[in-house]
Design a protein around this ligand. Structure first.
Ligand SMILES: Cc1cc2nc3c(=O)[nH]c(=O)nc-3n(C[C@H](O)[C@H](O)[C@H](O)COP(=O)(O)O)c2cc1C
Length: 265
């Protein structure tokens, strides 16, 4: 009888292949099984970011002061797709699955931006985006907009929230960026984020005019209302944040949509 050569090259390969196969089946099985949970967690995280920008979730808390949780608070928002050029709602696109960032990469769903237009360094801008609207008795109470733009090391992704007048900033928060902790990463510092509520957006010519400054104008002056402190030691990130806020609220961003809402008010 031929003896079984346990250490033979062929058998070592067969065992190694078997182990690899079992492991890959287990790992892909787990990945597939966890996917729905990952998607739920991602959606929950986005809801939290939107609520925090709107000032509806304090600090790191997962519940509002009145005890309501993320899902309940977020259910007050209407999520709509808007045509950025016309400012009109687009009801033929499903807001639950539409991804503006992915759309910006597709030539048929986006437009190229010229150097002069592209102050947020996006290269392309999607034709449609999402808006999150909270109404109280039919009137707009909060409007939250997805915003993004280049800092020093990469693109910052976040949400900008406006108050009911669509002129006063309610909050700004970033959920993804590559800026350096302690420098540009201070965009996440709660003390800096607390400087945003109350800042005015549009100037007398109806152009977004947020200014991130090293030295503030005299309190009460016309320009002071548009100012937020720059991040110290992070001029590039600071400029990036100023530019992305002004881009996304301007004519090439949500400007036409905001103008349309104001006209309806
Ligand atoms: C390791 C390292 C990380 C940096 N990270 C940032 C950053 O996240 N954001 C930024 O604007 N500048 C960053 N910088 C650039 C410098 O801080 C740069 O000098 C600064 O932006 C100039 O700002 P100031 O005019 O306020 O001094 C970094 C520099 C180094 C060496």
């Amino acid at each position: 009888m031929a003896s079984f050569e346990k250490d033979g090259l062929k058998n070592v390969f067969i065992v190694a292949l078997g182990v690899c196969l079992v492991c890959s089946v287990v790992v892909s099985g787990i990945a597939v099984a966890l996917k729905p949970q990952q998607q739920l967690n991602k959606a929950l995280d986005q809801k939290q970011n939107i609520l925090r920008a709107a000032g509806m979730l304090p600090g790191d808390s997962l519940v509002a002061e009145d005890g309501r949780g993320v899902d309940e608070l977020f259910s007050e928002f209407e999520v709509r797709v808007v045509d950025l050029e016309t400012g009109e709602f687009l009801d033929d696109i499903d807001a639950d699955t539409f991804d503006p960032v992915k759309a910006a990469k597709k030539p048929d769903l986006s437009i190229p931006l010229s150097g002069e237009q592209d102050i947020a360094t996006l290269r392309r801008r999607e034709n449609a985006s999402l808006v999150y609207i909270k109404r109280v008795e039919g009137e707009i109470d909060k409007l939250v907009l997805p915003v993004r733009g280049y800092g020093l090391w990469g693109t910052l992704f976040g949400y900008l929230a406006l108050d009911s007048d669509l002129q006063t900033i309610s909050g700004l928060g970033f959920y993804q960026h590559k800026e350096t902790p302690g420098l540009g990463g201070e965009v996440d510092n709660p003390r800096w984020k607390a400087l945003w509520p109350g800042v005015q957006l549009y100037d007398a010519d109806n152009q977004p005019n947020v200014q991130l400054v090293k030295t503030r104008s005299a309190a009460g002056s016309a320009s002071a209302a548009y100012e937020v402190d720059a991040l110290s030691g992070a001029t590039f990130t600071t400029r990036g944040v100023q530019n992305l806020v002004n881009f996304w609220t301007g004519d090439l961003g949500f400007g036409p949509f905001i103008a349309r809402l104001k006209a309806q008010a």
